[in-house]
Design a protein. Structure first.
Length: 245
């Protein structure tokens, strides 16, 4: 399908879904619009929408339609039935290879309770120059917490708001540890040669490490992550370490 055909399909789907969207939904989402940042070298971005059945009857999620062919949606089952009070996630993965600037995408959820239009924006980072990289490293060496303030916060703090698990890792950890041209002193988390039990990850994530560029990300240590966010990263990385052993 050509790009023009995809655009026409997306516009028509959005228009029909918007017209059918109910005013008082029985299916409540954590947000109808989300914004994520694609770091330099990242090939795919993941956006998750949490939905909850607040009605007194089961709701069947029949399908999720996307506005472009570069995205794919996933949910626990298809069709997926949510009992009263139950909640779960619809996840959308978007291929950002070869793209620049900001992308606005649409995901339309078709359910027995009605249709809901979700949107998300992907902001693609531009590569930093060697001069910018050197300046940023100098700032971080002088003050590890500087990454949470000023211009640095746009990449290292703001994208982490409201995210947990894999989504949080991508914007808070992967931006440095999985960057294509990461600094030599930044370890690759996939090939660590030290024990990586839960306490190991908790210490590094929450409190950072003195005499390195690694700041403490927990709010108690001056960072921006809540205790719930820190726990979600510890759980994710601990499980990854167990699978690698």
């Amino acid at each position: 399908m050509t790009r023009m055909a995809w655009l026409l399909f997306g516009w028509l789907s959005f228009s029909f879904a918007l017209a059918a969207q109910t005013a008082a939904p029985s299916l409540v989402f954590d947000a109808l619009h989300k914004q994520v940042v694609a770091r330099v070298g990242q090939t795919n971005v993941v956006v998750s929408f949490m939905l909850t059945n607040v009605s007194t009857a089961p709701i069947v999620i029949r399908d999720v339609s996307l506005s472009c062919g570069c995205s794919a949606a996933s949910m626990p089952a298809k069709p997926w039935t949510l009992k009263p009070g139950e909640h779960g996630q619809v996840t959308v993965t978007t291929d950002v290879r070869g793209k620049r600037g900001s992308l606005v995408k649409t995901a339309i959820v078709y359910a027995s309770s009605g249709t809901r239009v979700l949107t998300y924006q992907v902001d693609i980072q531009e590569p930093t120059t060697p001069e910018e990289r050197a300046r940023n490293q100098s700032i971080a060496k002088a003050d590890r917490l500087a990454v949470f303030r000023g211009e640095c916060a746009k990449c290292h703090a703001e994208p982490a708001k409201g995210k947990l698990g894999k989504e949080l890792f991508a914007v808070a950890c992967g931006i440095c540890h999985e960057a294509e041209h990461r600094a030599s002193m930044v370890p690759d988390l996939k090939v660590l040669k030290k024990p990586t039990a839960r306490d190991y990850w908790l210490q590094w994530i929450a409190h950072g490490k003195v005499d390195t560029l690694m700041p403490g990300f927990s709010q108690k240590a001056g960072g921006r992550l809540t205790e719930e966010q820190v726990r979600s990263l510890v759980k994710l990385l601990s499980r990854s370490s167990e699978r690698a052993q």
